[in-house]
Ligand binder design. Sequence first.
Ligand code: PLP
Length: 368
Amino acid sequence: MSPDFAGTPDRRGTDSTKWARYAPDVLPMWVADMDVAVAPPIAAALAERLQHPVFGYAAVPDRVRQVIADRMATRYGWAVSPEDVVLLPGVVPGFNMAARALVPAGGAVHYHAPAYPPIRAVAAHWGLRDAPLPVEAGAGAVMARDDVFLLCNPHNPSGHAFTRPELEALAQACLSAGAWIIADEIHCDLLFDGRRHVPIASLSPEIAARTVTLMSPGKAFNIAGLKIAFAIIQDAALRDRFQACRLGMVDQGSGFGLLAMEAAFTQCDAWLAALIPQLQANRDHAVQQLQRLPGLRVAAPEATFLAWLDLREAGLGPDPARVLLERGRVALNAGPDFGAPGFARLNFGCSRESLDEGIARIAACIPS
Ligand SMILES: Cc1ncc(COP(=O)(O)O)c(C=O)c1O
């Protein structure tokens, strides 16, 4: 049971966000899903459900919460109760609900920059103060009581996987200030070079009591379109506050998503274990090739299937992705959307053939 990037059918014509946005001659290497078929048990679980032709509102079975709690214990040594698990249709609604629930008027949303665009948008959604700090600054935020630190670990777009000491320093800074933690850990199953993910809430009960953790099978098992995610909130009062911020608008996720997640978390770890070395090989290949291009700098990401390209010296102006799209017919995410002019983000969760084609198109745009 191994992921097969080369054997995955062409995604054109499947109404995929990644493949439908641009003209047919553009090679898409942007939005964060992979060009790979799901693990067979996920496809089988969905096919079996299709045998019953009614698709009304789905209930969340108790066993799903148990599956999630068991997974936290086995993968991260984190003791979580099924009651701590709150099902959601996505991590983005989850961090918005959490910010709404936790931060009073006038409070600030701190986060590491550059940042995933929906993280940059949170403060403005809820009338809060936007407080980015460079990812290199680690725990260096100046926080007030009831501010929130919206941690993205592993970090999109830099690919940094925070170490235990880094997380301890950040958590300590939040506790000392009386600030909350929202932990977007959506990329937690995609760490390279033998690294192990550490959920920040697993560090201590005191930290867990101040933290809303958000995870999803969407990235690692490539089921982002099935709309399923979850929060883990171990403090009951905090969980109630969070639930109240569904505001009647955010449901518990789709029935297909629940089924696919259960299959992913119970039957697909061999597939995931085989995925990591393939992504790591793509990463190494991409970094090696891209580093040769004049004016392009890229560090090997420690996690995620995303590479963060510094093109400030490459002569492509403040929005290199735009030039690459127009001249090179290759679509990357634009650095300015992450608050970083001169940068672009490349998705290497694709076949080696696509990766090489994408790199060749980038190379063709860079003046030597
Ligand atoms: C850091 C991060 N958080 C959240 C999301 C999206 O989460 P969801 O689709 O579950 O809302 C992404 C997708 O790229 C992401 O990179």
